[in-house]
Ligand binder design. Structure first.
Ligand code: GLN
Length: 365
């Protein structure tokens, strides 16, 4: 398909869908997905109220002292559909640091600049089942980090990026892909993390001892920590997620930000590894590829439909936004955004919890 054909489709919709619309038949999207139903805003508002109830069960991250100063009660969302109105609610424009959400950007740029083979020579593509800052499996298994979305994997990716791009290049790319020229380095968070990052420093030196990082370790660590300290909003994350949802292309001006393959790899790893040791449960309960950060951000890609950015700094035990996860779960259910959604589900009785319980009782599992 040529670029202009692609652009035409982005602007006018897929031909098959157009034909269905002309016949007056509701499209698959209109039948099952409620994004364009006009009810989305109301549904999200309700979900926000339910999600707020989770906040007292979580806590802001304190291992980076500067993050400990955040007000845990904040909650914001921006849902940016490929077709239809952008919905922004709560603290959608509050600035917070990207933290591990930036691992998606590091991965995208590494795949584009260094190439797929070089990236996966340094990191794997499997979930680790361990905490985001774990180094145990890295030491014991004596091989490369499990995936690029945990600290060890992202540090390995930074070792690849460092000779190729500067932090200023990364900042410029981030501003563009997030359609947010206001993104800056949060110096206070950066300084705070640099003073307390013994664990990441240990991981980085361990990676050097294994020959995975060959760049200067301290420079690599600084580059990684700067990437984590970029100040974004839920709205900027939604813009980034929307481009991922649209195969790496901005639906408004047709500009491509990454290859189709890079977009696919990023989304797949977000689904399998984006929520650390909570990735499997999140995939089952929510079914939307998502990447979290300890700043409270969630980058969520409803493929071919919408980009979603969430901010809620109170975290659960895995370091994922506690209210943000609840919010995405509600929205996924109510707007039928689960990647595997099937209309048959609506006929099922009971919520997931009850279904899981009855499966266990009937000893199928
Ligand atoms: N900068 C944080 C760290 O390296 C990012 C971790 C996270 O967001 N889970 O610990």
């Amino acid at each position: 398909m040529t670029e202009s054909e692609k652009k035409k489709i982005i602007e006018e919709g897929e031909p098959a869908q157009k034909a269905e619309e002309e016949k007056g038949e509701p499209t698959i999207d209109k039948k099952y997905h409620l994004l364009e139903s006009g009810k989305a805003k109301e549904i999200i508002e309700k979900a926000m109220n339910l999600a707020r109830e989770e906040i007292p069960k979580g806590a802001v991250a304190t291992y980076i002292p500067e993050l400990g100063k955040e007000d845990p009660h904040q909650l914001g969302i921006c849902l940016y559909p490929l077709k239809g109105e952008k919905i922004c609610l709560g603290d959608y424009d509050a600035r917070f640091t990207m933290q591990s959400v930036s691992k998606v950007i590091m991965l995208i740029v590494a795949l584009e600049v260094c190439g797929l083979k070089n990236v996966f020579r340094k990191v794997g593509m499997e979930p680790s089942g361990e905490a985001f800052d774990s180094l145990v499996e890295l030491d014991v298994s004596n091989s490369k980090p499990y995936n690029p979305l945990i600290n060890s994997g992202a540090l390995a990716v930074c070792g690849l990026l460092l000779p190729e791009v500067s932090f200023q290049d990364m900042l410029r790319y981030t501003r563009n892909i997030c359609s947010d020229p206001g993104i800056e380095l949060n110096e206070a968070v950066f300084d705070s993390e640099m003073k307390t990052c013994s664990r990441n420093r240990s991981i980085a030196y361990l990676l050097e001892s294994k020959g995975i990082i060959t760049t200067d370790v301290e420079d690599t660590l600084r580059f990684y920590t700067k990437m984590c300290s970029m100040n974004v909003t839920a709205e900027s994350l939604a813009s980034l997620a929307k481009k991922l949802a649209n195969d790496g292309v901005c639906n408004l001006d047709g500009k491509r930000y990454m290859s189709s393959r890079t977009a696919r790899i990023a989304k797949t790893l977000m689904l399998t590894c984006g929520m650390y040791d909570g990735s499997g449960a999140f995939a089952i309960k929510v079914g939307i590829p998502t990447k979290s950060g300890v700043g409270g951000g969630l980058l969520s890609v409803s493929d071919k439909r919408a980009g979603i950015g969430v901010y809620g700094p109170a975290l659960d035990a895995q370091g994922n936004s506690i209210a943000g996860c609840k919010l995405l779960r509600e929205i996924s259910n109510e707007l039928r955004l689960n990647l595997f959604y099937d209309p048959e589900w609506d006929k099922e009785e009971g919520d997931d919890e009850n279904v899981m319980k009855s499966i266990k009782e009937s000893s199928v599992m």
